[in-house]
Design a protein around this ligand. Sequence first.
Ligand SMILES: *[C@@H]1O[C@H](CO)[C@@H](O)[C@H](O)[C@H]1NC(C)=O
Ligand SMILES: *[C@@H]1O[C@H](CO)[C@@H](O)[C@H](O)[C@H]1NC(C)=O
Ligand SMILES: *[C@@H]1O[C@H](CO)[C@@H](O)[C@H](O)[C@H]1NC(C)=O
Length: 226
Amino acid sequence: MEKMCIWIILCIIISGTLSQTDLGDDFFTFPDTSEVSYVQLFPDKNVTFSEISLCMRFKTVKNRHFALFSLATKKSANSFTVEAKKRHTFSLSVHTHTSIILKKPFARDWTSLCVSWTSKTGNVELWIDGDYYEKGNFKKGVNISGVPFIIIGEEQDSYGGGFNKSQSFIGDIADVNLWDRALTEEEVMELIYHDNIRGNVITWRALRFNIIGRVTRYTAPCLPIN
Ligand SMILES: *[C@@H]1O[C@H](CO)[C@@H](O)[C@H](O)[C@H]1NC(C)=O
Ligand SMILES: *[C@@H]1O[C@H](CO)[C@@H](O)[C@H](O)[C@H]1NC(C)=O
Ligand SMILES: *[C@@H]1O[C@H](CO)[C@@H](O)[C@H](O)[C@H]1NC(C)=O
């Protein structure tokens, strides 16, 4: 009895802290509600980004403007923000500079996205379902510094706040990884086709996160092995 109580207390303590969780094949489902709902992601280290790469997968049936990834610093609420305008345009913001980086319709099924930006050259590289696109001269010469506030599911208009539910994401998000360097083509292909690359700032396989609102974590059921 005593042992059991200790276990229960331990479990409460462990689940109450921001422990790292391997989310594997799980995904977050962002429901269509009037409530502001998002997942805050905590980086494994505080870094100044002179290069940054984000990879993630998403699935939505909605045709509207939504934010996929929102990284704010005290300097700028849109320090690194990736958005989709309806179903056919991706836009990127680095600090206050926002620009369309790709016009391409995307499917209603899972879409895989990798985007990287390099301060020194201003190069933006984008992979949608493994297809490569690029854009030059994007916010060249600035760095993203300061403790980041990172969110999926909503867009920040201020540090850790300023949400607008008409820009919220509705659907599923999985496999979020973030790096403080630009990925190579080989790495992106390894990630998309073999799933064996891990982000060095945010890792889906060891994620520290906090769910706010009505987001649910969907765990793929374990299938019996014959
Ligand atoms: C980053 O800095 C913030 C503020 O000082 C701190 O709360 C947080 O724990 C740091 N994160 C890491 C991973 O060191
Ligand atoms: C940005 O970071 C790079 C690499 O750390 C550094 O060489 C460069 O001077 C920084 N640029 C600015 C504007 O701070
Ligand atoms: C939320 O976004 C919608 C559509 O972009 C806009 O019309 C509205 O003014 C925004 N609300 C706030 C509080 O910013």
